[in-house]
Design a protein around this ligand. Structure first.
Ligand code: COA
Length: 444
């Protein structure tokens, strides 16, 4: 067997040496969430010293807050594109240091590469990997959102090798020969334990579970409600998993026997996902586990791929919904809150799947502050979306909407019927107002 240890030693470098490889106009892709290369990101301000300029760095739901997110002087070096905001990036946005990229997860790669070619930029990938194996392969570990495609498109590959990251399979194997340089690091892997969910989440979870038939393939979105839903699915049989984010609650479903991946009709025997973040239990579960496949989102989130699964049920959350069923899931008015991620695509995929359905689950209300700073209850179901809000999911694709007050069936319903359905599941304090607004504005 060939010995890769010499090549390893040649490519191992200090973080400054690695950042010295960055050139003017580079387009830097970073991975999803907890795979952000922490040592490299914590040293990005070193680029101010190297004098490079006109760089673009694209981030996606980064776990953690890095100093360069908030350094106005970095504007001289780079533009920060945010594909999915977090609280750190919302702050960076208020500071005028980031701008959101509206983009589906399956087309972001193709369109970004069109831009890269047009602007004659060099693609660069910076990500975290688990240690090299005896065959010279690193694993992309807990994020394979577009990294493998970026590598295949000829990017300069700069890695952070960290033994705290699990070794996963799918579109994850990067060979040392494909790598320009790497740093070693032992930063702890970011962890997210399952947050305890509320009584309202549990009520919603129970209602959603009534819509999920045995033998369904499920996708769970981000937030507390999907966790509550998973808990309620434990009595189901022969479920399969095809999802963007793999969650710890899915391990519970596998271990209790509710998920066996036998009736998906596509990728039977495997859970398909694109990224994960969770507890040490989750990282231990996926480590060296060939049954959890980390696939690029160009595959995992592609509605055509999703549509090949039997009875695919997408379960997602939203921030605001109008009376016709349009979902603003990533912004509150003009303010970018998160990102579209794979929401619209998984929902579109459910429409293509035999027996598929899409479910949007949300609390009926949220708490806001009025102009005097007093807490007030507001309805998430509204006559019109807040001006400036981005429609993440089209009303054409939403089948069922679930709140703590019930299930609204929008499938094949007219706008007049949708208004009736959605008013029924709105908080009682807002039902009359919604009906009056619908009448006044002729929403029928
Ligand atoms: N207007 C203003 N603020 C609102 C609001 C509205 N209509 N609805 C909720 N909020 C506030 C909440 O009060 C909360 O505020 P806080 O952080 O100060 O407590 C905040 O917005 C988040 O709301 P919450 O309901 O707790 O969000 P969540 O963590 O359950 O996530 C989404 C819900 C919609 C933001 C999240 O699922 C998302 O980003 N989705 C888009 C992408 C996606 O679905 N990806 C998965 C597909 S693979």
């Amino acid at each position: 067997m060939r010995d890769y240890s010499k090549e390893y030693e040649v490519k191992k470098m200090k973080v400054e040496q690695l950042l010295d490889l960055i050139e003017d106009n580079d387009f830097i892709f970073t991975p999803m969430a907890a795979s952000m290369p922490q040592k490299i990101m914590n040293n990005m301000q070193y680029l101010k010293k190297t004098g490079v300029k006109n760089i673009i760095l694209q981030s996606c739901v980064p776990t953690g807050d890095f100093p360069f997110f908030h350094d106005p002087e970095m504007k001289k070096v780079m533009k920060h594109h945010g594909w999915f905001y977090t609280s750190a990036l919302r702050k960076s946005s208020e500071e005028g240091l980031i701008s959101a990229v509206p983009q589906h997860s399956t087309s972001i790669l193709r369109k970004t590469f069109d831009r890269i070619r047009y602007e004659k930029r060099r693609p660069v990938l910076m990500t975290t990997v688990s240690p090299m194996d005896e065959h010279g392969y690193f694993s992309l570990s807990i994020s394979s959102i577009y990294e493998m495609d970026v590598i295949k498109n000829g990017a300069l590959v700069l890695l952070e090798v960290n033994p705290n990251y699990p070794r996963t399979f799918g579109d994850t194997m990067v060979h040392i020969s494909q790598v320009a340089g790497f740093v070693e690091s032992d930063c702890p892997i970011p962890k997210a334990n399952i947050a305890p969910y509320t009584e309202i989440d549990a009520i919603i979870g129970k209602k959603v579970a009534t819509l999920v038939e045995d033998g369904s393939t499920i996708q769970l979105g981000i937030g507390n409600i999907p966790n509550a839903v998973a808990n309620e699915l434990k009595k189901k049989k022969h479920l399969g998993i095809h999802t963007e984010m793999f969650t710890e609650t899915m391990i519970d479903l596998i271990e209790c026997g509710a998920v066996d991946n036998t009736q998906k009709g596509f990728n039977d025997g495997y859970c398909i996902c694109a990224f994960t973040v969770g507890s040490q239990r989750l990282y231990d579960y996926i480590n060296n586990n060939p049954t959890v496949q980390f696939k690029s989102s160009t595959y995992a989130n592609d509605p055509y791929t999703i549509g090949r699964n039997n009875k695919f049920v997408s379960i997602n959350a939203t921030l605001e919904m109008d009376l016709t069923g349009q979902c603003a899931s990533e912004s509150t008015g003009v303010r970018q809150f998160s990102g579209s991620g794979g929401q619209a695509e998984t929902i579109q995929g459910s429409q293509m799947s035999p027996g598929g359905k899409s479910i949007v689950a949300m609390h009926s209300t949220y708490v806001a502050k009025d102009e005097n700073g007093k807490e007030v209850l507001r309805s998430k179901i509204v006559p019109f979306l807040t001006p400036g809000a981005a429609v993440t999911t089209s009303r054409n694709d939403v089948d069922y909407v679930v709140t703590e007050y019930g299930i609204a069936w929008l499938r094949a319903k007219t706008i007049e019927e949708r208004v009736q359905e959605l008013v029924k599941i709105a908080h009682p304090d807002f039902r009359q107002w919604l009906l009056e607004e619908a009448e006044k504005n002729m929403i029928w």
